[in-house]
Design a protein around this ligand. Sequence first.
Ligand SMILES: C[S@@+](CC[C@H](N)C(=O)[O-])C[C@H]1O[C@@H](n2cnc3c(N)ncnc32)[C@H](O)[C@@H]1O
Length: 443
Amino acid sequence: MRALLLAALEDPDDATRRAAAGALGRLREPEVEAALLRAWNSAGSDAFRRALAEALGKAGDAAALAALREAHPEDPEVARRVARAVLMLERTAARGETSTIRAEVAPERPQPVRFTCRAGLEPLVVEELGPGWRPRVVGPGQIEAELHGPLASAWTSRIATEFALALPPVPRRRDEPLAAAIVRLLASPPALEALRRWTAGPIRYRISFAGGGHRRAVVWEVARRAAAERPELRNDPTAAPWELRVAERTDRLCGALHPRGLADPRFAWRVADVPASSHPTIAAALARVGGARDDDVVWDPFAGAGAELLERARLGPSRRLIGTDTDERALAAARRNAAAAGVRLELARAEATAFAPPEPPTLVLTNPPMGRRTGSHRTVGALLERFVQRVAERLAPGGRLVWIAPRPERTDGCARAAGLRLETSRALDMGGFRAVLQRWLKP
Ligand SMILES: C[S@@+](CC[C@H](N)C(=O)[O-])C[C@H]1O[C@@H](n2cnc3c(N)ncnc32)[C@H](O)[C@@H]1O
């Protein structure tokens, strides 16, 4: 096949030659590079040279880079593709040196950091960070805070889904191309200082847009301009530890540097899960709202893979951690997670409304079925009503029920009628639907 394609580079038909160049661009071999360069050096149509420039950018090496750097094509489209190919080849040539994030480095002065969480959980992130971070809610699911210690200390928040280094916005200039404004943001002193401080090896970045979309032409233009202005900044979507996420406003450009190359060590216990598994940040939120008492007998009646119990274990000692579920696969996953966490869970297969824990629980902590899966939406309301009544009976006096209520309009009345008192309630975005994180007390 390769031989055929190489021969087709000399075909009298231009379209055949272009198709061959396109296919050869996927093969990174010296023989291919040499053949593409021979074709490049023997003048062809502009259309063929466009295809060759693109293929050399993908399949070439040092020789292609040298040849394309020397090229000064008149045709603007060939010139554009040559410039892009040169960037690609430089990127490939530099891959030998890896770029990593220096997790243990602290800033010289407080670094603004932006945490993201599910809308509704902001106050919990503020609380878990504590006053030392000077956290404040700046929008739905958005908390700004100050990093004083090592970068990795931002994982202090187990409820946040991610965090990023917040950059001061740059004003938009009238008629300025978007790419030029992005380069001003990327090469602004705070951005450069942060990138230099927290990167080991070359500074590699990628660009993304808060509003979504790839906007490839803009990204290429950013790469070209940034390479010309600040050669230390290397655009490399695949090997970049940093992602500059850009948010366009009418008068300014906002952005934050996301350390995508920084490992998230928070949920290392999570070696197994089930399709219905809680997002661990939700489990962390439930555990925090539940609180930790040394004498707690904790029961998760819809334990799944054990996320809530394991997050509760992290908050402090307890007397017992009991998990039940009707699904044997979920219990097997919970066993594996408990072993990875080094936590002792008492696990049993049982129906939530039928099981009587060996002693009255002081904390029922759970993320129940939400009724979102096929078939379960009709029955889940009735199940959860029965469940709330059972919990009220089984809880020890002074005990609490901390859970996510997907149908509060059905369960709140049952809980009250059964003698429970609502202490806190937080509407929560569960990713496409609303539910309420509640804490009930049995007086
Ligand atoms: C939302 S998931 C719980 C997720 C769990 N927190 C985790 O992280 O894996 C709900 C769980 O309830 C279990 N379940 C559904 N109906 C049940 C019932 N009537 N009694 C006990 N468990 C049930 C399912 O097998 C599933 O594992």
